[in-house]
Design a binder for this molecule. Sequence first.
Ligand SMILES: Nc1nc2c(c(=O)[nH]1)N[C@@H](CNc1ccc(C(=O)N[C@@H](CCC(=O)N[C@@H](CCC(=O)N[C@@H](CCC(=O)O)C(=O)O)C(=O)O)C(=O)O)cc1)CN2
Ligand SMILES: [Zn+2]
Length: 774
Amino acid sequence: MTVTVATLGFPRIGPRRELKTALESHWSGKSDAAALLATAAGLRGQAWARQRDLGADIVPSNDFSLYDQMLDTSAMVGAVPAIYGWKGGPVGLATYFAMARGSQGGHVHHEGCTHSHAHEGEGAPAAEMTKWFDTNYHYLVPEFTEGQHFALSSTKAIDEFLEAKAQGILTRPVLIGPVTFLKLGKSRTEGFDQRALLPALLPIYAGVLKRLAAAGADWVQIDEPCLVLDLDDRDREMLRLAYAELVKAAPGLKLMLATYFGGLGDNLATALALPVQGLHVDLVRAPEQLDAVVAGARPDLVLSLGVIDGRNIWKADLSAILDRVEPVVKAGRNVILAPSCSLLHTPIDLDRETALDPEIRDWLAFAVQKVAELAAMARALNEGRDAVRSTLDAASAAVASRRTSPRINNPAVQKRAAQKDATLARRKSAFAARRRVQRARLNLPAYPTTTIGSFPQTPEVRKARADHDKGVIGDVAYEQFLRDETARTVQWQEEAGLDVLVHGEFERNDMVQYFGEQLSGFAFTKYAWVQSYGSRCVRPPIIFGDVARPQPMTVAWWEYAQSLTAKPMKGMLTGPVTILNWSFVRDDQPRSATCRQIAFAIRDEVVDLEKAGCAVIQIDEAALREGLPLRRGEWQHYLDWAVESFRITASGVADATQIHTHMCYSEFNDIIASIGAMDADVISIETARSQMELLDAFASYRYPAEIGPGVYDIHSPRVPAVGEMAALLTAAANRLPADQLWVNPDCGLKTRKWPEVKPAIANMVAAAQAARTA
Ligand SMILES: Nc1nc2c(c(=O)[nH]1)N[C@@H](CNc1ccc(C(=O)N[C@@H](CCC(=O)N[C@@H](CCC(=O)N[C@@H](CCC(=O)O)C(=O)O)C(=O)O)C(=O)O)cc1)CN2
Ligand SMILES: [Zn+2]
């Protein structure tokens, strides 16, 4: 049986972020819908042709999206909340983008926002956005109500299939499966479990499948990544019901059920019993499941083996993969080779990275290179390994070079990380004692005020950095520009009456990339953008080797900022867990080991800041929660090493140095013990939208240290009134002792504009003053 190659999805932002440019131009009114749609069609056409030319036999369609594939699914089934004023019929662009970004009524929802929020009287807020499994990609959360009516409201899946067909490519359309779609959504009706909507939803899916079959599709890929999560009996029953129904929808149409981001585990039997014609499994995250899948699968079940890592950028050891796949093929199985998941989570093309060190470059494969790897392996299986001998040898050589390169190994770093000394992860005294000396040193008022770190990254700031990168302005001019921005911001904070100041982070492109660029063991790219949400992208640094900090990274900026004021200036760092979770990480040692190395590097920075005189140091761990494993049984192990890494970072300083941490997500109940174990002196969290309910977790845990519950929803341009923030502080003080409380916004202010920030912070300071005298 011939082995074929499939991809499950391809990056859609475009090799030069053409989609980002087109979207932002359209949103700002500079170009019309036709121009946007033409760019989008061009990108789709390019991606299909490219994958085919690289050797993919099965090319996906409907993996493209103007914003997000979950939002596309909501549009497909007509799950549009009433606030968007949609009257039925096809969901048009205006409704689609209103759900993605909020709608006018004076206010366009800005692209820098990751949350839903209430904009009273300002049109409709955007739908809530949240993390897609354990990735840094965000999807728009579908919303359901009891009695929800569904209707086919977007023919995008069929249209794009026909578009590719007209280009001469018979694609395999991709749909998000109905069970994953419902499970990842939320119910707007109190007490209503949206899973009850499955019977109402299935006819829409069946209708789409019928139309696809009529348009000429032979296979459809249905993604059910929920199959790698902990499921209950009702979920499993839903899967049985859904697929019994859907395989009957269109005679002759075959379904490839795709699972990814983990192993099927205790859902294996459920998956194998579904009457679908093909099953895709992730053999990168869960290589051990291959034997059980093969043993349990019906002989006629087509197996799509996800052997190339869709979540990382390393070249694969092709011969080692062939060793594992060959016996399956020899046994007469019908096998497709594929990436572990959609290639959406990798950058597009390594060939553009001409500035990367050639040795490191040789270790890497982006989306384009990964398809070529698959094609080479398929040829080896079909024609014998000699047919691609040089490719296989080159892959083995690259893997061997990465394993043994002196660039990867730093014995001093390894020795340091191997230390078992428990005092490295322990502050000198317990919190109560630290608090006494910190209070004496800082002498802050009750309800001390501060901000989370960044101030607006204006177009001028971004332009100065781009001009500096291009050589249009020199180092001196760029430094001076940043000093001026910093000085203005420090002076303004003094005038605003804030108690603990920040320098503003103007010198940083991104809170992770900035550090990656200065640490050894990291490589960074010029064009390797990965979509985070909508038009927003990140360039995750690549951690290829042992991590060290050759020299201080932030001390000079801190010293400059502190020289401008007598008030305490916070040192501002990104923590090890967040750097790890927002980077491409080496796969030749456990993530925990890499995290521990980063922890020591950042610890050195903490110590150097203290030496320079810094009394308050914030170590951001915004991504601590998103690193949680998908299976609950694996949580504690992760939390233990993540917290240990944070503690290593924070524990090199004297009792009198106050360590802050910051986390901007709003769920602490299930991990509160680990938050406590971080042993920070102060934690700032996002709470403005939850009316301080979040603090209940801290209260019932009797969290001993200080907390800055956000009182200003920074994701909205709206300026909160003094009374509103004062009421939030009262609500906080009803839950926790007042002497534990700080006053701050939910998160950094980099995506906001100065005309919003200035009055909002002035009001926040006034609210703190009111609380002090209450
Ligand atoms: N890494 C990371 N992950 C995160 C977050 C985060 O802050 N960082 N926040 C959460 C939400 N996710 C987000 C992801 C991206 C952005 C974001 O703003 N991205 C920017 C790019 C940020 C950046 O790297 N900026 C660089 C490069 C900017 C750029 O595009 N420059 C142009 C030139 C611009 C000019 O000439 O004026 C170019 O290179 O082509 C800089 O400021 O230096 C974007 O897509 O627009 C925001 C939130 C969760 N995950
Ligand atoms: Zn934050």
